[in-house]
Design a binder for this molecule. Structure first.
Ligand SMILES: Nc1ncnc2c1ncn2[C@@H]1O[C@H](COP(=O)(O)OP(=O)(O)OP(=O)(O)O)[C@@H](O)[C@H]1O
Ligand SMILES: Cc1ncc(COP(=O)(O)O)c(N)n1
Length: 273
């Protein structure tokens, strides 16, 4: 039977990030995607024009509607916007035993605020302790850990600080520290294990929604029963293919190509049904 996935995130009217990127990823990865929308954004590849948050109680109503009806196998969160939303969402999810992937979205590529600055504490106190995986990029890891990351040692320190907030796994994405020619994601587990997932850094401006897509792909693979390590490895292939086969849409930071994984990487999955 098909696995059900859920995203709790903001809508991107331009279709490249947020809920839209998550649902496209869930679909391409053969899961049944559901969603609780936390905010509407008027947005395109050039930036975010405005944000209209949904009332926290209505976000929880959407989550209830999904959880009361479906056997959800994995959940991800994206743009959560405020401390009130984070608290209500955490409170609703804390007693479910469903794997939870947190993409701590803070600032859009164009610079717009997607998380109010006073909401970081709520994330640390309420959401991280119940998280299976958190997926900060370097600026997000710096803001959350309070550690400026300028070296490999700083990365380790920041990762340890983030692990101390309670998630089972921390993925520090990207990182421009060692070699500009590579996009390295560093993965830290509570037992001290660390893994690096490395891919060639692709020279493109069209990376709108890459973080959303990567975390949604991890969520889909976990929903389908992959181990955490295999889910990350396969999600890295999904996002790399999506960036490499860009669609050249819009006039700013364009979206990535969700068809690319099945068209170019995973031919067996398509031909085997
Ligand atoms: N130019 C690139 N070439 C190859 N891989 C990339 C490139 N940019 C990002 N990635 C990969 O995409 C994934 C998402 O990372 P990224 O750092 O873009 O997240 P993010 O900054 O949180 O994204 P977003 O701003 O969309 O939330 C990671 O696996 C990262 O290594
Ligand atoms: C609704 C929403 N969620 C997340 C992002 C982050 O994506 P990016 O950093 O690529 O702009 C976004 N722009 N909009």
């Amino acid at each position: 039977m098909i696995s059900v996935t859920m995203t709790i995130a903001g809508s991107d009217s331009g279709g490249g990030a947020g809920i839209q990127a998550d649902l496209k990823t869930f679909q391409e990865l053969k899961t049944f995607g559901t969603s609780s929308i936390t905010a509407l954004t008027a947005q395109n590849t050039l930036g975010v024009q405005d944000v209209f948050p949904v009332e926290a109680s209505f976000i929880v109503k959407q989550i209830n509607a999904i959880l009361e009806d479906f056997d959800v196998k994995a959940i991800k969160t994206g743009m959560l916007f405020s401390s009130t939303i984070i608290r209500e969402v955490s409170n609703r999810l804390k007693d479910t035993k469903i794997p939870l992937i947190i993409d701590p979205v803070m600032i859009a590529k164009g610079g717009a605020t997607l998380l109010q600055s006073d909401a970081i504490d709520a994330m640390i106190q309420d959401l991280f302790p119940i998280a299976t995986i958190i997926t900060p990029n370097i600026p997000e890891a710096e803001a959350i850990s309070g550690i400026a990351i300028k070296s490999e040692d700083d990365l380790q320190l920041a990762a340890q600080k983030l692990l101390s907030f309670g998630p089972q796994v921390v993925i520090l994405k990207g990182g421009h520290l060692s070699d500009e020619s590579e996009a390295i994601d560093r993965v830290y587990f509570q037992d001290g294990t660390t893994l690096n997932f490395t891919a060639k850094r692709l020279p493109t401006k069209d990376t709108h929604g890459t973080g959303c897509t990567f975390s949604a792909a991890i969520t889909a693979f976990i929903a389908r029963g992959f181990s955490i390590e295999d889910a990350i490895s396969e999600a890295k292939k999904y996002i790399h293919a999506a960036i490499s086969h860009g669609l050249n849409l819009g006039h700013g930071h364009g979206p990535t190509n969700h068809f690319a994984y099945n068209d170019h990487v995973n031919k067996e999955m398509v031909s085997n049904g």
